[in-house]
Design a protein around this ligand. Structure first.
Ligand code: ADP
Ligand code: MG
Length: 395
């Protein structure tokens, strides 16, 4: 990685502003899933162990530039305090005199959590003056919010530039470093054989990912709703299946350009309604009967995918193989997860729903890396520059 990290800078006795991704689900004033808080702990523990004072900032939900009581960070501070085993002081704003006073009084080992950055419209507008005020709070900026790195907002992008203008470092945290290190294996000098598996709802969401990864991989397996559009391009009737008419031309072009790399399903699980308790049938690829829709890949397809994965050294997976939210149509997705968990390849998963599916499969610890950043991981796999990363100091 060509960006500086925490290890490259002095943190002792410094005030460190850390952009974290604490956009967590909250119900009745409690954090109901603390995965994102835990993901930031290596960075936070390192800073505290090395004598820094830590100022945390994150967005939470979509308050649209004004204070929304239910989106205050207090429940996050409470849970983080339990995880760190030390007090976390939560402030009621992220800039302003109260914040400046509290920060000025910090000692090494102190932790402050600033209020939801999106209470200010300046956050999403990436307002320069706002970014300068944030930067002025600290001696050092650490970005550990990989999941927000594809957004050029004040706390993810503007503040890094403001730090540099103030002669202060802006570096990557350990979660950010880990994400970039693993995801870059997909696009920079990957190990071969390299197999990419794509699924999920739409071709149009993923066309950039398909095109970029096709230039690197040896095989590209396609499943999920996305495959329907390819079958449509091949001339099959897809009945009530999810098909994107406007992406049929793209699919046709890909079928021609990349015929030798593409592996499509050979059988499909269809349903007579979009519901878990719908009637089910497994059919070979062909016309889907009227009134039916494709909701999963079939067992022959899994055999075909198993063959295509044989000997792979690197596998990148994005997109569920079916509507895994319905247990009756989750088999293709979970069987694929088992296939990857049992293999010897390095396995990297990107995408929010894909990560959720792998977590649900109970096999998450058998994967090499499951990205914590949904949209950010997709933009990375598309080969786009993430503004929150680009703004950090180069090595
Ligand atoms: P990710 O978030 O991992 O990038 P996507 O958002 O592209 O994945 O796709 C996930 C969604 O795709 C899931 O909600 C799933 O139900 C849906 N999906 C998968 N296969 C089908 C299908 N055959 N028909 C309709 N929806 C599907
Ligand atoms: Mg998704």
């Amino acid at each position: 990685m060509n960006k500086k990290t925490l290890r490259d800078v002095e943190v002792r006795d410094r005030r460190v502003l850390v952009r974290v991704d604490f956009n967590v689900p909250i119900q009745e004033g409690r954090v109901t899933d603390d995965t994102r808080l835990r993901a930031a702990l290596p960075t936070l523990q390192y800073l505290l162990d090395h004598g820094a004072a830590v100022i945390l900032v994150s967005h939470l939900g979509r308050p649209k530039g004004k204070v929304v009581e239910s989106l205050r960070m207090d429940p996050v501070a409470a849970r983080l305090s339990e995880l760190l085993g030390r007090p976390v002081r939560k402030l009621d704003d992220c800039v302003g005199p109260q914040v400046e006073e509290a920060v000025a009084a910090m000692q090494p080992g102190d932790v402050i959590l600033l209020e939801n950055s999106r209470f200010h419209p300046e956050e999403r507008a990436n307002d320069e003056a706002f970014a300068r005020r944030l930067a002025a709070l600290a001696d050092l900026y650490v970005n550990d919010a990989f999941g927000s790195a594809h957004r050029a907002h004040a706390t993810t992008e503007g503040v890094a530039r403001a730090m540099r203008a103030q002669g202060k470092p802006a570096v990557a945290g350990f979660l950010m470093e880990k994400e970039l290190t693993y995801l870059s294996r997909a696009t920079e000098a990957p190990d071969h054989p390299y197999v990419v598996i794509l699924g999920g709802a739409k071709v149009s969401d993923k066309i950039g990912v398909i095109r970029n990864l096709l230039t690197h991989c040896d095989r590209l397996l396609i499943g999920g709703g996305m495959a329907n559009t390819f079958f449509k391009a091949q001339g099959y009737a897809m009945a009530d299946s999810l098909v994107e008419e406007e992406a049929v031309e793209d699919a046709r072009a890909l079928l021609e350009e990349a015929a030798e790399k593409l592996v499509l399903p050979v059988d499909l699980v269809i349903a007579d309604a979009f519901a878990n308790d719908a009637r089910r049938k497994t059919i070979p690829v062909g016309d889907v009967p009227d009134g039916w829709r494709v909701l999963d890949i079939g067992p022959q397809t899994l055999e075909r995918f198993r063959d295509a994965l044989e000997g792979a050294r690197l596998v990148v997976w994005n997109g569920p193989m079916g509507v895994f939210e319905f247990p009756n149509f989750a088999q293709g997705t979970f069987a694929l997860a088992r296939l990857l968990a049992e293999g010897d390849a390095v396995t990297i998963v990107g995408g929010g729903d894909s990560a959720a599916a792998v977590n649900q499969s109970g096999l998450a610890d058998r994967f090499t890396h499951i990205s914590t950043g949904g949209g950010a991981s997709l933009e990375f796999l598309e080969g786009k520059t993430l503004p929150g990363v680009a703004a950090l100091d180069d090595r």
